[in-house]
Design a protein around this ligand. Structure first.
Ligand code: TYD
Ligand code: MG
Length: 456
């Protein structure tokens, strides 16, 4: 077969005959790489053939009875929560994450629980069977019903699958697999796209659940073509600070459930353990609270989560003081500082401002605004906020405290964990019980300066 040099975009897998700095399809810069994939000639659709193909009958949408989807429980409650209640037969789940975060461990543990009720197959292109056995031993997994194969050739792997007929198949990892039909190396755009497509076809044809493990780039996105995410039914990210034992699994896309759910695990010397009450974990209340710290009642998907937001405001020696966020949006910080200056007369133009969410959690919702503002003011004025205080609320550009979604659940979670005082947007009080006297409804940001003085 004739091979020709083509240039493939690593973002959108677009093909070009010449190299260019920018992909003409998706507009990404510096993503074209040379590939020697054989170019199959496009066959013209001949009218002669199409005449003989019977069209499929169209049906009225209302006449179709949706079948109740049966799900296979993974045995890991936190994983099932992110998946929307378990694995749907015939679906393909892609799990990405940094090297060493625990992807192989998580799936081996899940396979171990599932192997009691369904047939499972684990195919590793990264480790030998002995290495997997060693990990299983460490995890206390007997592995009586887990079939394992160390292979990374697509065609041979598919033959193994045809023979074993698994109901759940784990591919560790998609970037190590290659198909014999392409000359490019494993991990290249063509190989990842084609091998993933073959596994998706296998899942749809046989009803087997396929879980693909994916590598991430140093920017944190899944390595390989972007279309990989479009091809699969669910995309999950396994993340966490390597220095801490906590691991979060986050749903980015899910055709069978809600997105933005998180599952929380702790990595122990016997593998991953589920953390079913994460709020208690993220707020460290062993030590005394100091100025610049406040507890935020956040929502992660449908689950309320209490996290500690810390700020440090200090006189800057620099002409351009530093503004740094960890786990929060830098643009929100800039906006909150501007609002604090304009509407509560607090000028921080000559101060360095650092804001951090404890525990490696990432909060992107605007409900964190009030907590950020409180933490900054608390640090700036050196006023310690009471440890039993939790806050949430969005801050508008005119200084108003805006309501946020699911206020009721946030208040409940805070109350459950023993927080007696809760600062909330005024508009969120409507549904809350009046008898709770410790709830402070706020309307405008200028109220918080006096409130901090009163509370501390
Ligand atoms: P692994 O699942 O191999 O990560 P990935 O597949 O994402 O690359 O996890 C490897 C890390 O997890 C390794 O640094 C050791 C640690 N680990 C534990 O702390 N406890 C355990 O029981 C296991 C199996 C691994
Ligand atoms: Mg691994």
């Amino acid at each position: 077969m004739a091979t020709k040099s083509v240039y493939l975009c690593s973002q959108c897998a677009g093909q070009f005959p010449k190299w260019a700095g920018q992909c003409q399809d998706c507009g990404a810069w510096n993503t074209l790489t040379e590939s020697t994939a054989p170019v199959t000639a496009k066959t013209a659709i001949s009218k002669r053939f199409t005449e003989f193909i019977e069209p499929k009958a169209a049906q009225k949408l209302s006449s179709i009875q949706p079948s109740k989807t049966f799900r296979i429980a993974s045995g890991q409650g936190e994983l099932d929560r992110v998946l929307g209640g378990g694995l749907v037969p015939g679906s393909v789940v892609l799990i990405g994450g940094d090297p060493g975060i625990g992807k192989s461990t998580l799936l081996l543990q899940a396979l171990s629980s599932m192997s009691e009720s369904v047939s499972v197959l684990y195919i590793s292109g990264e480790e030998s069977v002995e290495q997997i056995a060693l990990r299983a031993e460490r995890l206390g997994i007997s592995g009586d019903n887990i079939e394992i194969v160390a292979d990374n050739m697509l065609e041979r792997t598919l033959n193994s699958c045809q023979q074993i007929h698994p109901q759940v198949l784990v591919i560790d990892s998609i970037q190590t697999f290659y198909s014999d039909s392409f000359t490019s190396s494993p991990g290249s755009v063509t190989q990842v796209r084609e091998t993933a497509a073959a596994f998706v076809r296998f899942a749809k044809q046989t009803g087997c659940v396929v879980m693909l493990i994916g590598h991430v780039t140093k920017e944190g996105a899944l390595a390989g073509p972007r279309i990989l995410e479009h091809m699969v039914d669910a995309v999950l990210y396994f993340e966490g600070d390597r220095s801490s034992s906590f691991r979060l699994i986050r749903g980015i896309k899910n055709r069978f459930g809600a997105v933005n759910e998180i599952g929380v695990f702790a990595m122990t010397d016997q593998g991953l353990k589920e953390v079913s009450n994460p709020s208690a974990m993220f707020i460290s209340r062993q030590c005394k609270f100091s100025a610049g710290s406040v507890v935020l009642a956040a929502m992660e998907g449908t689950r309320p989560l209490l996290v500690e937001v810390q700020a440090l405001v200090d006189k800057s020696p620099l002409a351009n003081p530093r503004r740094l966020t960890v786990g929060l949006e830098p643009s929100r910080l800039a906006m909150i500082l501007a609002v604090l200056h304009r509407h509560s007369g607090c000028s921080l133009f000559d101060q360095d401002v650092f804001v951090n969410v404890i525990g490696g959690v990432r909060i992107v919702e605007p409900a964190a605004d009030l907590a950020i503002a409180m933490a900054i003011l608390s640090s700036f004025q050196n006023k310690v906020l009471p440890p039993g205080l939790a806050v949430f609320g969005e801050i508008g550009l005119t200084g108003e405290i805006r309501p946020v979604q699911r206020g009721q659940e946030r208040i409940k979670e805070a109350a459950k964990l023993g927080f007696e005082q809760i600062l909330i947007p005024r508009a969120n009080t409507v549904k809350t019980a009046k008898k709770n006297k410790k709830i402070y409804p706020l309307m405008h940001i200028d109220q918080i300066t006096s409130l901090i003085r009163e509370l501390s």
